[in-house]
Unconditional design. Structure first.
Length: 317
């Protein structure tokens, strides 16, 4: 019975796709631990940690549902020219049902020292979006066979994109604003022959506004409070509110709330001065939890120090 329900829902998703006539390729993957993978949200973050920063993230959303979203992301960035610039590379793979998307971006940040403690960075990112729609992999009859000639072909898209952002931080506070993907890429279908359209449409921009502050509660406990506001026209604003506690500069524990979507629990450990592991679990609040299990996300972060410099840990921002 469960297997049939999953097939039915999967088929329903495909029907919606086919009726829509086009698929919008510009959408942003969901992260709970976006603070550890900020270069995908804001290119101005590049080089912020004064060391070469490598991050690997893996997320599985609604894991009981066949064809559930799976996101894997890798980023590397670090400072150049006496920390006046930051350079990075970000790679993302997003799979949702028959849709498979790959993003490869280069990030550049120019860092301006405003005072002894504060830095303002201006960032640019540019790269390639690749999307494949694997209609031929669909099982549309009871025998698990795709015998519809209209679904024998796959739709593909390769298109450029770019983004920009600002990021300010000092030792206890940060704030940023960004538009990570500014080109509206769409794939249209005519008998499942794909046609890609690429244009800059200001009404389709997605804005990310982030801020956070570090509070020292006592000698052993710190609180990192942060938030993100996501704005896109013709859609409700989305808030992410986070409260993460740091114990003895080693253990992280916290909660996160995403409006109308999920509440999350996070736990992490600083293995040593350079290596951090964090895990989060999302519990759905919008009615999906009774059909699917929650979402799991794990992130690995490693800092490589430059010659003659020591890694300062933990890096709060």
């Amino acid at each position: 019975m469960k297997k049939n329900i999953i097939k039915f829902k999967g088929l329903g998703i495909i029907i919606l796709i086919l009726l829509s006539n086009s698929i919008k390729a510009q959408f942003d993957a969901i992260y709970t631990q976006y603070l550890f993978n900020e270069t995908f949200i804001n290119p101005a973050y590049g080089g912020n940690k004064e060391a070469m920063d490598i991050t690997l993230l893996h997320r599985q959303q609604w894991t009981a549902f066949g064809g559930h979203p799976v996101t894997t992301a890798f980023s590397i960035h670090g400072p150049l020219s006496q920390s006046k610039m930051g350079l990075g590379l970000s790679i993302l793979n997003d799979q949702i049902g028959v849709l498979n998307r790959n993003l490869i971006y280069l990030n550049y940040a120019y860092r301006i020292k405003l005072s002894e403690k504060g830095v303002l960075a201006l960032g640019l990112m540019g790269g390639i979006d690749n999307q494949t729609n694997k209609f031929s992999s669909l099982a549309i009859n009871e025998n698990g066979v795709n015998d519809d000639p209209q679904l024998a072909k796959n739709g593909n898209m390769i298109a450029p994109n770019f983004g920009t952002g600002l990021f300010f931080n000092n030792k206890k506070f940060y704030a940023g604003i960004s538009m990570p993907r500014m080109i509206d890429n769409q794939v249209s279908f005519n008998n499942l022959e794909s046609v890609t359209t690429t244009k800059v449409d200001f009404s389709k921009f997605t804005y990310h506004i982030t801020c956070g502050n570090l509070f020292t509660l006592n000698e052993s406990i710190k609180l990192k409070a942060s938030g993100m506001l996501k704005i896109v026209q013709n859609a409700p604003m989305q808030f992410d509110l986070n409260a993460n506690f740091l114990f003895e500069e080693t253990l992280w524990a916290g909660l996160s709330y995403r409006t109308g979507s999920a509440i999350s629990a996070l736990a992490g450990i600083q293995i040593n001065k350079q290596f951090l592991i964090c895990y989060s679990y999302d519990y759905g609040l919008n009615g999906t939890q009774k059909y699917f299990t929650g979402s799991n996300e794990i992130i690995l972060n490693y800092l490589f120090s430059y010659k003659g410099k020591q890694v300062i840990t933990p890096r709060y921002f």
